[in-house]
Design a protein around this ligand. Structure first.
Ligand code: P6P
Length: 336
């Protein structure tokens, strides 16, 4: 890796100059999100010392008990982004409806969606968690802004990324020209480019799924996992390893770094729900990052980025990662 340290800001400026993928308003948006992630990282790192662990006394739109850090992270992102003039509105896993930029601030042309702190069940046990974000453009000609403006397929994203708060704090971004990774230098207080043109190997020996749900899975998922477990004596002719961190950000970061397949499929526990994960601010940004790194992402039958959302908080079944493995699982679904 070159010894020249390229900051996040310099990377965005050079990308803007090179290929125009990053108009100035989008560059401002991404720099503000990165600064917000630094603040969230500081809060997460304090843990008990900051009195930020444990549950709040409220529930989110999903009916899940919110953690104090969920609420802190959400407020940090709202306050950081509302005054800049680059956004028309925001949507968050932690808020029932969209947050329209208040009239006291100028409105911009972008829509920001986020899961402010994904992996909440890991917050209190010091396991990696993260912020996931997705950026859409407000449809032309729409006066004002409404929830309907957010309901665009993931293929329309103009930027997507996450920040994983683990042993390192690493920001991962795509604007449609590959995937880059930036590691937070706490002494300088800036994100520094540490990986460019991230590539996911097409094959893998590592799968990620919550095995405790096995009896609830659909047949194609059961078939795929059984074949992995059969190892060298089975149809795959090789042994597999399993990982499940229960933080999508951490599992996806591992896959972007060394390959693998991540599955949170539909299961019989709540048959009316297509899956557990949310389409707009979890599956879509992660799917674009994975595709931009040469991987694939489907709901078992179709490309996640092609799904036309009907509701802001709708859920989706997620199969993503190493291209050849995702295609195998998707083929099993189509054959079923
Ligand atoms: P389970 C975290 O709550 C999350 O939304 C994802 O980050 C993670 O992959 C999944 O849920 C874990 O779900 O059912 O294994 O606890």
């Amino acid at each position: 890796m070159s010894t020249k340290r390229i900051s996040f800001t310099r990377y965005l400026v050079e990308q803007q100059r090179v290929d125009g993928h990053i108009p100035s308003q989008l560059r401002l948006l991404l720099e503000v999100v990165a600064r917000a992630c630094k603040s969230i990282s500081q809060a997460v790192n304090k843990g008990d010392l900051g009195g930020v662990l444990g549950a709040a006394t409220t529930e989110n739109v999903q009916g899940e008990v919110q953690k104090k850090l969920d609420i802190i992270a959400n407020e940090v992102l709202i306050e950081a982004n509302e005054w800049g003039g680059h956004l028309a509105a925001m949507a968050s896993e932690e808020m029932d409806s969209i947050y329209v930029v208040p009239n006291r601030y100028p409105q911009g042309e972008y829509l920001l969606l986020f899961d402010p702190l994904d992996g909440s069940s890991n917050i209190d046990v010091n396991v990696s968690i993260g912020t996931i974000f997705s950026v859409l453009k407000k449809p032309d000609g729409s006066a004002g802004v409404s929830e309907q403006d957010f309901l665009q397929a993931g293929a329309h994203q103009v930027a997507a990324g996450y920040c994983v708060y683990g042993p390192q704090t690493t920001l991962v971004l795509t604007v449609g020209d590959g995937v880059a990774m930036f590691t937070l230098d706490r002494e300088q207080g800036s994100f520094v480019l540490t990986q460019e043109n991230v590539q996911i190997p097409a094959d893998t020996k590592e799968f990620a799924i919550n095995m405790s749900n096995m009896r609830h899975w659909d047949a194609p998922v059961k078939r795929y996992v059984d074949e992995c477990l059969a190892g060298t004596e089975g149809p795959r002719g090789k042994d597999f390893n399993m990982r499940w961190i229960a933080s999508m950000v951490a599992d996806v970061h591992r896959i972007l770094t060394r390959g693998g397949i991540f599955m949170y499929p539909w299961d019989k526990r709540e048959p009316n729900k297509p899956g557990k994960l949310r389409l707009m601010y979890e599956a879509n940004p992660m799917s674009w990052l994975v595709e931009q790194a040469g991987g694939a992402a489907t709901n078992g039958r179709e490309r996640i980025l092609d799904i036309q959302p009907g509701k802001l908080h709708e859920r989706v079944s997620v199969i993503l990662g190493s291209k050849n493995e995702v295609e195998r699982v998707t083929t099993y679904h189509r054959e079923a």
